[in-house]
Design a protein around this ligand. Structure first.
Ligand SMILES: C[S@@+](CC[C@H](N)C(=O)[O-])C[C@H]1O[C@@H](n2cnc3c(N)ncnc32)[C@H](O)[C@@H]1O
Length: 458
């Protein structure tokens, strides 16, 4: 099982693979080969995800136990050491078992010489617990708060800094947020409006396997062990897996007050179709139709699949939202859920925080602005645009909206006014000063989705 975890870590490291894609086939193969049960699979998954999430902390601890810079330690050796450190410092596996199993793994995958090195390093690590190590290797908070938090909560420093800028406040809030990124998120289902209900989903789950959503009447939270595939409505496409934050964003756009016609809705960045499926269902209940547009053909096919069976009219097209085939002023409601860094969903992809670079934001910046500009052009006067990201980074959220409204960067300003999004998320606490909304994992249990609502005024 540890070999399997090691193979998964190598794939993530060497091939830039995603842990959630690499792991299932490895687990399946291990099950087919026998002698590998559900408990082994759960432990292997925990080892891989936990090691990846806590990589920053483990790197700092390993660095304190070796006599050369970490970059001079071979990556496969580092993977075995991190896996060992995770077992020693963050699981209930007894220390002697964690060390001997890691040394055995090293012998098999690295050879005898390097197994001795692994043994020596892990024995040093085993001498103290996680808190003691962290206190030793992290700089004091008072000297360098961001670096302290980066080491303690295992995030790259630039991400700590960006999240803190967006969250504001003191130490307690940012610590809670960073820790929430290290927790495994609940799986949340959405009962697609008009096709299923939360009660149906709850009724089809074993007792105690599901809970109603916290905020969305369409949501059901799966409790430990609950399987989406066990729910008939999910298998039939009448329900799906969707974070509650995404549901709130789609509902807020659908419920924003509107005068005049309300028949034509657009989702301009629809793939893979989670929000589009929800919008299409809500549109159908109002006699409106949805145009779901996506640039990538394979993702447009996923949108087709998510919308198939929708009770009302809809169309899925493959189109570049920055050079849209639709004319100006034709829609009543438009969602632009733009491509972004995904810093709001770090808890879902354990490796992503180590892959992202600050430069990535510069890549997204022009596209996000162009897509928002086109969204505002696509909507009629009085119509509403929802600009959404799965990132709380200010450079992807409010700064983009401000730039577009003011015409920064040589573009003409667009006449639109903010709509307060907070009343459109009734019952949801801690939504800040508005008018835009930033959701947070530690406050709302959702991904850190951002929503700005704008009404075209001229
Ligand atoms: C954040 S995702 C949207 C998620 C989607 N709204 C959902 O809830 O399932 C952004 C999507 O925009 C698409 N995209 C990227 N550039 C685009 C462009 N120029 N025009 C339209 N879509 C684009 C990406 O392929 C991706 O599928």
């Amino acid at each position: 099982m540890r070999i399997l975890a090691f193979e998964a870590l190598r794939a993530v490291d060497e091939r830039d693979a995603y842990a959630n894609l690499v792991l299932p086939p490895l687990l399946r193969k291990a099950r087919e080969e026998g002698d590998f049960d559900a408990r082994d699979a759960a432990l292997a998954t925990e080892l891989v995800y936990g090691t990846l999430r806590r990589q920053g902390t483990y790197d700092a601890i390993v660095a304190a136990c070796v006599d050369r810079p970490l970059r001079e330690v071979d990556p496969p050796v580092l993977d075995v050491l991190s896996l060992g450190a995770h077992q020693l410092l963050a699981t209930r596996i007894p220390s002697h078992a964690a060390v001997s199993a890691s040394v055995e793994l090293a012998r098999v995958v690295l050879g005898d010489g390097r197994a001795k090195f692994v043994n020596a390093v892990l024995r040093k690590i085993a001498r103290d617990d996680l808190d003691t190590w962290v206190e030793r290797v992290a700089p004091p908070y008072d000297k360098d708060a961001e670096e302290h938090l980066a080491v303690v909560h295992s995030h790259p420093r630039w991400i700590v800094s960006a999240l803190w800028d967006a969250l504001g406040g003191g130490r307690a809030g940012i610590e809670d947020l960073l820790e929430a990124d290290n927790e495994r998120p609940e799986v949340t289902l959405v009962a697609r409006p008009g096709r299923s209900t939360a009660d149906e989903l709850l009724g089809s789950l074993e007792e105690d396997a599901g809970l109603p959503g916290r905020w969305s009447p369409h949501a059901v939270r799966l409790v430990e062990g609950g399987e989406p595939g066990a729910v008939e409505a999910v298998r039939e496409g009448r329900a799906g897996v969707q974070d509650e934050g995404s549901q709130l964003v789609a509902m807020a756009l659908a419920n924003a007050p509107l005068e005049g016609s309300d028949t034509r809705w657009l989702d301009g960045c629809a793939g893979p179709g989670g929000k589009a499926a929800m919008l299409a269902g809500l549109a159908a209940q109002r006699g409106a139709s949805l145009l779901a547009s996506e640039k990538q053909p394979h993702r447009a096919r996923l949108v087709e699949r998510a919308l198939a069976g929708n009770p009302g009219p809809y169309q899925v097209i493959t189109a570049d939202g920055t050079r849209p085939p639709w004319g100006p002023g034709v829609f009543d409601r438009v969602l632009m859920d733009v491509p972004c860094s995904g810093l709001g969903a770090l808890r879902r992809r354990p490796e992503s925080r180590w892959r992202r670079r600050p430069e990535d934001l510069e890549g997204f910046a022009p596209l996000q602005r162009a897509l928002l500009r086109e969204a505002l052009k696509a909507v009629r006067v009085g119509g509403v645009v929802g600009y959404a990201t799965c990132s709380p980074h200010l450079a992807e959220t409010r700064v983009v909206v401000d730039d577009v409204l003011r015409g920064r960067g040589g573009n003409t300003p667009i006449e639109a006014e903010w709509v307060d999004a907070r009343p459109l998320m009734p019952g949801v606490p801690a939504l800040g000063d508005g008018p835009d909304v930033q959701l947070w994992p530690h406050l709302h249990g959702t991904d850190a989705m951002y929503l700005a609502l704008l009404r075209r005024t001229a």
